[in-house]
Design a protein around this ligand. Structure first.
Ligand SMILES: Cc1cc2nc3c(=O)[nH]c(=O)nc-3n(C[C@H](O)[C@H](O)[C@H](O)COP(=O)(O)O)c2cc1C
Length: 333
């Protein structure tokens, strides 16, 4: 039975253990969406710390898809070239590398946000403009182009951000999608994006999709809404679901260690693809248990990796796997 420190093979990539860095916005780009020194050091240090898979923060497919001007972007060659340097740094420390590509939709705080429908994220936030069908198709192409640029940058995996109230999630949700055309179908935009991306990346390059299984807002959806959509997304090309919740409105989940494990297990038991999950999986024993009990295939660590880049090394020590440490650091045991 695989544990936290067993490798995982997905598509043509082998991840050295079951520990991933969850995407976390740094807001350190300088208006041009280009990653620089901060990002190279930040991601390399987590790779050096033993993390198996580094997923970048949300990286947007067009300028108006950013939350703010500090967000990373991936819509031009200069950005892709700079991401190549981040990928090289991460690979130098033995970790796999993925970019989370996204569009903020109505959660953008920049001028003139767009969304499936003219419904604001919360009271006091800007009312977005509803996208036309032509614009939606343009955004599908923007996701595909961004994925191509990610491949040029040397990624091992790509994650689409379909959770936390960003654009793909906005289409999936009855709170934010009040359309009456073909995109009224909550699955349609996500399926179009997955298909378009899959057609433009190598067939063995794994495509992950982050999903919110539960909305905590009044009128929001729960698992019974999303579960029937998941097989269609697998058919379209999703290779792994990254299971999270919330974000499509101000209401927040009650968070406690492993608070998404129930949803992850449901998705894993009902899907043909592996899953990752996230949410206070900070105890190495809990993370190892969740993998061994087949609740999840991959454990993503968020805030704990902001506090310590060496979370995976600490977990190796706690689980008696100190041989996982690089020689230089094994001397510290
Ligand atoms: C500072 C910060 C930035 C975040 N940015 C993103 C993001 O860009 N994309 C995303 O999917 N989740 C983002 N998240 C959510 C985390 O990836 C993770 O799902 C969440 O923090 C729960 O995991 P944890 O309890 O291990 O921190 C962010 C969280 C934090 C704390």
């Amino acid at each position: 039975m695989a544990g936290l420190f067993d490798p995982m093979k997905i598509g043509n990539v082998t991840i050295r253990n079951r520990i991933g860095m969850s995407p976390m916005c740094q807001y350190r780009a300088e208006g041009d969406g280009v990653p620089h020194d901060w990002h190279r050091t930040h991601y390399r240090s987590r790779a050096l710390g033993g993390t198996g898979l580094i997923l970048t923060e949300m990286t947007d497919v067009e300028p108006r898809g950013r939350i703010n001007e500090g967000c990373l972007g991936l819509w031009n060659r200069a950005q892709s070239d700079a991401f190549r340097r981040v990928a090289d740094e991460v690979h130098a420390e033995g970790a796999a590398f993925g970019i989370q590509i996204a569009h903020a939709g109505r959660k953008s705080t920049l001028d003139d946000p767009v969304a499936p429908s003219a419904v604001p994220f919360a009271e006091g936030r800007a009312t977005p403009r509803a996208l036309t069908v032509d614009e939606i198709q343009g955004l599908v192409e923007a996701f595909a182009r961004s994925a191509e640029l990610a491949v040029d940058a040397g990624v091992d995996v790509i994650e689409l951000h379909g959770a936390h109230g960003y654009l793909i999630h906005q289409f999936l949700s009855p709170i934010s999608n009040l359309r009456d055309d073909e995109y009224a179908d909550p699955a349609r935009f996500a399926i179009d994006v997955v298909r378009a991306v899959k057609a433009r990346i190598p067939s063995q390059l794994p495509l992950m999709l982050r999903i919110s299984m539960q909305e905590y807002q009044p009128g929001g959806y729960g698992p019974t809404h999303l579960l029937p959509i998941l097989p269609k997304l697998v058919e379209a090309g999703v290779d792994l679901f990254d299971v999270s919740t919330g974000g499509n409105g101000p209401a927040r989940p009650e968070a406690y260690p492993g608070y998404h494990l129930r949803h992850a297990t449901t998705v894993r038991d009902t899907s043909e693809v592996p899953v990752a999950t996230v949410g206070q999986m900070n105890s190495p024993a809990l993370a190892d248990f969740a993998v061994r009990e087949s609740m999840t295939d991959l454990v993503l660590i968020g805030k704990a990796l902001l506090r310590t880049p060496y979370w995976a090394h600490e977990a190796a020590l706690a689980l008696g796997r100190d041989h996982e440490l690089p020689g230089e650091y094994a001397k510290g045991v």
